[in-house]
Design a protein around this ligand. Structure first.
Ligand code: BF8
Length: 656
């Protein structure tokens, strides 16, 4: 590894490490190709940023007012206002969490508003998730007597909106409906039951501003409160509202990876998170008019490929092939084969447009929150959907017409396609195993040793996708069933681990089980908001076992943490009693043991612990919710830590 960061007990990879270790042959080929072409990518910018600021890496930089910036050090242990290390670090963490909460909240808002517009006949969508509408209406105890689907869906949507925006004390509909009883009691005792997404964002920013809260433990409580708002309004809200609109996914087999792009076809990539407008665009792309247009411009057909969570959504529902994740977005455009990339919200990096301009790719933005200079902007406004059909058709037309304009001399498509099975909704997982009781039986007898959800982004701080794939291979080898979402799922899909044939790599008992059921040992459940599908499964299994969630052999793993959105994901699972493992140190001062002054032996160490590390990784949080955070940047060691955690849980339950 090229960049050594002793302060973090970690190293970061240089270009050679990435090229050597990245598991997808197609990514390696594209990284080399773009370097040869002199096209700038994240790797170049990562190099240019070295060495990264040690204060920032450890969360010790305070920028919450204009007296600073202040940096906490031995020489200056307090900021100008008097904030100490604990306050600065915890404020930074909780602010990152609510930034992620705002992002998922905006996503949820768009989808929920679309339900209302569809129910009132203003948005041209037929509600496909009838089952979920009635389920939620019953859970929310709505009076449905004599009401039709649209009327009930609208009432459900207003409840979800209230969970997003409630300003007064009161229970959240989703939390009341789906959180386990034992957890509700714990959260009540801790005083961390939230009001709503919007309220907790406001309160967190309020608490952490200059002259706000001086008690880091109160901020730690606000972290839990915000995570619960995040979980039950923005994650459950987005995931279930999307199911109401577009239906509950079922497993299907498809092909993924860069090789799905075809030189003689129009290639359109869809990217971002909100599945609403893209659904219409897809409908238009499949229309006879646009298919004919493709032939007119000289293409043999149209390929639609997915990136990031929009890609995950379409893969889950329709088996639309995915290509790559956040750190692959530049590489996908570097194939020179992409005629247009249609982006909605979040995880669309500015570097995308730099590469698009090198290859003449049309960039179309569809969300007013995510503008890109120089892109064609055709926005979707959920509250004014009258032009949606017309605009979606416009997007499809522009994308297809770009085929004729592109420079064909620069095309380089890595010939790698991978089989995958995706679409593992909560219902689909339960069905394939024969119900929660059966999954629990398999867990108890040890056919499945544990269930671990391995999720999240990429980071240039570890070799691209190496941690995701290495950890998951080791887990399935040990008989641990894996669920996955987000950018991690793209790494695992492209590595072939989500195909039924990947059962070969699993422990003998897990292999036999997967082969018998015809399923892979790694279940791609959807986009990041669909982590709720795994969480629901965890909740059900703990209830079926009659024990606390904290006692179950489960874990939440983020091998390549990147986006602020992942902070809330991790803390949501922690609040439920599910421990986390993160694959790169969070911006927290990592304890680095050193010899005490005047030490007489080498054992006379100062462990370098601080309150925040102790809270997350020691006893503080564990005492409150029964879960903690493990950190391990080396994937084989990380897998070992996870296995040990699962084993300890099994032993405590008396399961072999
Ligand atoms: O919500 S995994 S980089 S794509 S944030 Fe973004 Fe992270 Fe990817 Fe989806 Ni999730």
């Amino acid at each position: 590894m090229k960049y050594l960061y002793p302060l973090l007990n970690a190293e970061m990879p240089g270009r050679e490490d990435v090229l050597e270790l990245t598991p997808n042959r197609a990514s390696k080929e594209m990284l080399e190709h773009l370097a040869e072409q002199g096209v700038e990518t994240f790797l170049d910018r990562f190099e240019a940023q070295q060495p990264q600021c040690g204060f920032g890496l450890r969360g010790l930089c305070c920028r919450m007012c204009q007296w600073g910036p202040c940096r906490i050090s031995e020489k200056a242990p307090r900021g100008i206002c008097g904030r100490d290390l604990n306050l600065v670090v915890m404020s930074n963490i909780v602010r990152a969490l609510v930034a992620g909460l705002a992002a998922h909240g905006r996503h949820a808002h768009e989808v929920i508003l679309t339900i209302i517009e569809a129910a009132e006949g203003r948005a041209n969508f037929k509600l496909k998730g009838e089952q979920r509408v009635w389920e939620l209406a019953e859970k929310f105890q709505l009076d449905t007597q004599g009401k039709d689907l649209s009327a009930v869906a609208k009432e459900v949507a207003f409840c979800l909106l209230e969970d997003l925006g409630r300003m007064t004390a009161g229970p959240m509909y989703m939390l009341e409906a789906y959180a386990p009883q034992e957890r509700k009691q714990i959260w009540k005792r801790l005083g961390v039951l939230p009001r709503s997404a919007s309220y907790e964002v406001m309160e967190t920013l309020h608490m952490t501003t200059l002259g706000g809260c001086s008690d880091w433990t109160a901020l730690a409580e606000q972290e839990l409160r915000s995570a619960l708002a995040y979980c039950y309004s923005t994650l459950f809200g987005s995931s279930m509202a999307t199911e109401i609109l577009f239906g509950i996914p079922k497993p299907k087999i498809t092909q993924v990876n860069y090789g799905v792009l075809k030189e003689d076809h129009v290639n359109i990539l869809v990217h971002g998170h909100s599945p609403v407008m893209v659904e219409k665009i897809l409908e238009k792309i499949n229309s006879p008019e646009i298919q004919e247009l493709a032939r007119t411009v000289g293409a043999k057909g149209i390929v639609v490929g997915g990136m990031c969570c929009t890609g995950d959504e379409l893969l889950a529902r329709y088996g639309i092939p995915t290509v790559t994740n956040i750190m692959g977005q530049e590489l996908a455009l570097g194939t020179g084969a992409v005629d247009a990339v249609v982006v909605d919200m979040q995880c669309v990096i500015p570097g995308l447009k730099i590469v698009a301009d090198c290859f003449g790719t049309e960039v179309i933005t569809t969300c007013n929150s995510n503008r890109i200079p120089g892109a064609t902007h055709i926005p979707f406004d959920a509250e004014n959907p009258a032009n949606l059909d017309e605009d979606a058709l416009k997007v499809a037309r522009i994308a297809v017409e770009s085929f004729a304009k592109r420079d064909r001399s620069k095309i380089r498509i890595p010939q790698v396609t991978t089989k995958a099975m995706a679409g593992w909704s909560y219902e689909a997982i339960k069905d394939v195993f024969g119900g929660t009781g059966e999954i629990l039986r398999l867990l108890r007898e040890g056919t499945i040793k544990g269930i671990v959800t391995v999720v999240g982004c990429n980071t240039p701080k570890v070799p691209y996708e190496y941690n995701h794939v290495t950890i998951v291979r080791k887990l399935i080898e040990s008989g641990i069933l894996v669920t996955t979402t987000g950018c991690c799922s793209h790494a695992l899909l492209n590595a072939g681990l989500c195909a039924p044939e990947a059962a070969e790599y699993a422990s003998s008992s897990l292999k036999e089980l997967c082969q018998q059921l015809g399923i892979p040992p790694v279940l791609a459940v959807g986009g990041c908001v669909d982590n709720t599908r795994t969480l629901r499964l965890f909740i059900d299994l703990a209830e079926e076992a009659g024990v606390s969630l904290a006692d179950m052999p489960f874990m939440f793993v983020g091998p390549e943490p990147g986006n602020e959105k992942t902070v809330g994901q991790g803390v949501s699972f922690l609040a439920h009693g599910v421990s986390n493992l993160v694959g790169f140190p969070a911006p927290i001062p990592v304890p680095v043991p050193k010899l005490k002054e005047n030490a007489e032996t080498h054992d006379d160490l100062d462990p370098g612990i601080n309150d925040i590390v102790d809270f997350f990784g020691g006893e503080g949080l564990y005492e409150k919710v029964g879960a903690k955070v493990f950190t391990e940047p080396y994937p084989k060691l990380a897998a070992q830590t996870i296995r040990m955690h699962i084993r300890r849980k099994r032993l405590a339950l008396g399961w072999k």
